[in-house]
Design a protein around this ligand. Structure first.
Ligand code: ZN
Ligand code: ZN
Ligand code: ZN
Length: 220
């Protein structure tokens, strides 16, 4: 049996990452039949992928049907039609670049289906798109913390997403400073803070995303 990773946590418990499901079962049996140890399985969440520029007129059912019809090799690689439907589920949609015509669709997929999606161009109706990994991280545009939106914000004053000062918002910023409040708060040594707080490459935000991705089952 091969072990991918072992980690001790504060409570005295040990997290063991196995290479495959069979090894998880084996390890569980060994641990549970021993007298002193107890096991608990940690189930990771399914990955999510995003398909951009999807025709808005394709509803949930039609989109999956269209993908099935036009991407036979993808369906076959997932183990056929029934398996495909079990492994691929639409989660939600976001407005696309051209809001009147297109949407971005977020799919909940198994680690196996994700690999197949990322391998090839996905043909929707007439166009083809590339699937990309999707990790959602909500950012509040009042305090610029993560995990809530501004309507649920507990901060009393608006913080500027450009200069990091309080009392005005991003749009009304007249400061010449650019200081990311997210990185300034994290206060990590050597971290650059001369970017806006919504920057898609903000190092602190990327670190949080990386942490989230560890709780997702990407398979082997
Ligand atoms: Zn907030
Ligand atoms: Zn400002
Ligand atoms: Zn930052």
């Amino acid at each position: 049996m091969s072990i991918a990773k072992i980690k001790k946590i504060k409570s005295g418990e040990v997290i063991v990452e196995c290479v495959n499901k069979q090894d998880v079962e084996k390890l569980k049996t060994i641990v549970d039949t021993s007298q002193d140890l107890k096991s608990k399985e940690i189930i990771k969440g399914n990955p999510r992928i995003i398909l951009q520029n999807i025709d808005k007129n394709l509803d949930k059912t039609n989109l999956i049907e269209t993908i099935c019809k036009n991407n036979r090799d993808l369906v076959e690689s997932c183990g056929g039609m029934d398996q495909f439907h079990k492994q691929v589920k639409e989660k939600f949609r976001l407005g696309g670049r051209d809001k009147d015509k297109c949407v971005s669709v977020i799919l909940d997929v198994t680690s196996e289906a994700r690999k197949e999606f990322l391998k090839r161009r996905i043909i929707s109706e007439w166009e083809s798109v590339y699937a990309k990994d999707y990790i959602s991280l909500v950012q509040c545009f009042k305090c610029y913390r993560f995990g809530h939106k501004s309507d649920k914000c507990k901060e009393s004053t608006q913080i500027c997403g450009k200069c990091g000062h309080t009392g005005h918002d991003f749009k009304n910023c007249k400061s010449n400073d650019t200081k990311c409040i997210v990185c300034a708060r994290a206060n990590e040594k050597g971290c650059k803070i001369d970017h806006v707080a919504r920057d898609k490459k903000c190092p602190t935000m990327l670190k949080i995303k990386e942490k989230i991705s560890k709780s997702i089952d990407y398979g082997q």
